[in-house]
Design a protein around this ligand. Structure first.
Ligand SMILES: [Zn+2]
Ligand SMILES: [Zn+2]
Length: 97
């Protein structure tokens, strides 16, 4: 019996995506909440790991961002995140109380 590897991978991907979204829904592109999907920071087509949680982050998909209305995932397309987001090192995104 043949094993359909792509089926298995997409199952694992859905599991991982659900885990990422359960942990956080803050979009990696625009920084707003309400992300409805997740995407690879380094695209798989560019050598990124498909099922590595460290390479996956929440992002706004087809529904777009409820705050800024961007469709971050289509904006990002298959580019690396660093091409999409200007990194402002003076801003600490993860500043806590
Ligand atoms: Zn977004
Ligand atoms: Zn936004």
């Amino acid at each position: 019996m043949a094993t359909d590897r792509s089926e298995l991978t997409s199952y694992q991907w859905r599991q991982l995506r659900a885990r990422i979204l359960a942990a956080s829904d803050v979009c990696v592109v625009c920084g707003h909440g309400g992300s409805d999907t997740a995407d690879h920071l380094v695209p798989v087509s560019k050598g990124g790991a498909r099922l590595d949680p460290a390479n996956v982050a929440p992002i706004h998909g087809v529904n777009g961002c409820p705050v800024c209305l961007r469709k971050c995932n289509s904006e990002k397309s298959d580019r690396p995140l660093s091409d999409v987001v200007q990194l402002h090192t003076s801003v600490d995104w993860f500043a806590g109380p």
